[in-house]
Design a protein around this ligand. Structure first.
Ligand SMILES: C[S@@+](CC[C@H](N)C(=O)[O-])C[C@H]1O[C@@H](n2cnc3c(N)ncnc32)[C@H](O)[C@@H]1O
Length: 250
């Protein structure tokens, strides 16, 4: 295992504590995080075996339509926390998935591709282990007018290893499109995203008064911005639904 990957694992082991004690516990953060979970999972159509690739602490679990799920992650810290939510957990590297070809009906992959040294390899592996006509639903942060400067500012913090990438939207779409057929794209995350979503990174929300009212206003504002053409593309993140089409030349 390379030194970079070891560092990434150390960052993630440490972060697993923050996930379980701050990010997915803080009332206002949960309020926002759950809206993306729901949006992402609303795109999962297939039934059958699901792979949660880079499952972290397993928070996506309760939103998925079936319990027939395998959680996969490189960090044992994350997997230890996921044990209370998921029954089947496997540790390994998403760039070399330890599963046979055409094993899964669906793969969900939330916020993982930008952690991989070789994004292309991660996508090829998901293609390999998906059944024909299987679905991939990924969520990733992307560069935009809103996100570029704040991301540069927090990049040096202990939450980020040197591997972390800051994808351009086109770059991410291209790497997925290289193997899959893209079915849907949803932009998400505008004002509520940085203010509510990551209290373990920056707890700006602690300075607000009338937290509940402000939080629900911000969540509603983000939902509204998501529907306005042109503006909605300037989001902090993107959700892509893609399918494995057997007819396409690879
Ligand atoms: C931003 S977290 C997202 C976790 C989870 N999907 C969620 O939404 O809460 C990224 C996850 O990817 C995992 N990860 C990073 N590099 C990986 C790799 N090479 N193979 C598998 N998992 C990896 C990390 O351990 C971490 O759990």
């Amino acid at each position: 295992m390379s030194e970079l990957v070891c560092k990434e694992i150390a960052v993630q082991d440490e972060l697993s504590e923050d996930y379980d004690h701050i990010r997915y516990i803080n009332e206002y953060s949960v309020m926002y995080q759950n809206t993306w979970f729901k949006t992402m999972i609303s795109l999962v159509g297939a039934t059958g075996l699901i792979l949660d690739n880079g499952c972290g602490t397993g928070t996506l679990m309760e939103f998925l339509p079936t319990k027939d799920i395998i959680g996969f992650d490189i960090s044992s810290g994350m997997l230890n926390k996921a044990k209370k939510r998921m029954n089947i957990l496997v540790r390994g590297d998403s760039q070399r998935l330890p599963f046979k070809d055409e094993t899964f009906n669906t793969i969900v992959c939330r916020g993982v591709l930008h952690h991989l040294q070789d994004t292309k390899e991660g996508v090829i592996e998901m293609y390999r282990v998906l059944k024909k006509k299987g679905e991939l639903v990924i969520l990733e942060p992307i560069q935009s007018v809103l996100s570029t400067i704040p991301r540069k500012l927090i990049k040096g913090s202990e939450h980020f290893s040197e591997i972390h990438k800051d994808f351009k939207k086109k770059e991410l779409i291209n790497v997925i499109q290289n193997k899959f057929r893209i079915e849907k794209i949803r932009h998400f995350g505008y004002i509520a995203y940085p203010l509510l979503g990551f209290p373990d990174v920056v707890d700006c929300f602690r300075y607000f008064r009338f937290k509940k009212q402000v939080a629900s206003f911000l969540v509603d504002t983000d939902q509204l911005l998501q529907r306005i053409p042109m503006i909605n593309t300037q989001s902090w993140g993107i959700i892509i639904k893609a399918s494995k089409q057997s007819g396409k030349r690879r």
